[in-house]
Design a protein around this ligand. Structure first.
Ligand SMILES: N[C@@H](CCC(=O)N[C@@H](CS)C(=O)NCC(=O)O)C(=O)O
Length: 202
């Protein structure tokens, strides 16, 4: 009985693996753009926004990040996170990496500035806000007392600097929406929610 149970469990695992391998192979031999995402992920939204701005058609595949599919683990074994984009069989992960790939592959509606210094600054701000605001704002929402106050203070400082960057401009990219707007779009999308959940004001 035990051995039967063992064998059926391993048969099931084998079947799951085979199905996952098949799904990965199918995806990698397919043409066009596929995006593996999670509906509320700010990182996935960046990629969706970029594809939409450029007018690129894509197939969206919803992932359950709380019960990761073998497909996701196969496609992104390093980070095991969404977004993952597959373009004509080429697999890539990490939202900023994908944004740059999209911008270089489809030239219409450029996202990054043409000027090398402005491009460097756009990357600097995207990286800095990711490092300095995302975690801090999350900690502020989840913590209490001094920890909350300190996190709130740091988050507000970063937000002030971001506002300084935006002063006098319609978008971070100037007159047209660009890379930094996509990188920071999650702020207006998520911070009001976090404020409510954490009973706080940034
Ligand atoms: N640095 C990554 C972050 C991606 C990320 O954290 N994705 C979340 C969804 S919002 C995820 O897949 N989480 C699963 C996990 O942490 O295991 C990017 O920019 O793409």
């Amino acid at each position: 009985m035990c051995s039967k149970r063992h064998s059926s469990k391993s048969d099931y695992k084998k079947k799951q693996l085979t199905e996952a391998e098949e799904a990965t192979t199918d995806l990698m031999s397919s043409q066009g753009v596929k995006l593996v995402g999670f509906w509320v992920s700010p990182f996935v939204l960046r990629v969706e926004w970029a594809l939409k701005l450029k007018g690129i058609e894509y197939e969206y595949i919803e992932e359950d990040i709380f019960n990761k599919s073998p497909l996701l683990l196969d496609l992104n074994p390093v980070h095991q996170k969404v977004p993952v984009m597959v373009h004509d069989g080429k697999v890539m992960a990490e939202s900023f990496v994908i944004l740059e790939y999209i911008d270089e592959t489809w030239k219409q509606t450029p996202l990054l500035p043409q000027d090398p210094y402005e491009r460097a600054m756009a990357r600097f701000w995207a990286k800095s806000v990711e490092e300095k605001l995302l975690d801090t704002a999350w900690i502020a929402m989840c913590s209490q007392g001094d920890e909350k106050e300190n996190a709130l203070k740091s988050a507000r400082e970063v937000l002030e600097k971001i506002e300084g960057e935006l002063k006098g401009k319609k978008f971070f990219g100037g007159e047209a929406i660009g890379y930094l707007d996509l990188a920071m779009g999650w702020i207006s999308f998520w911070l009001p929610v976090w404020e409510e959940v954490g009973s706080m004001k940034f």
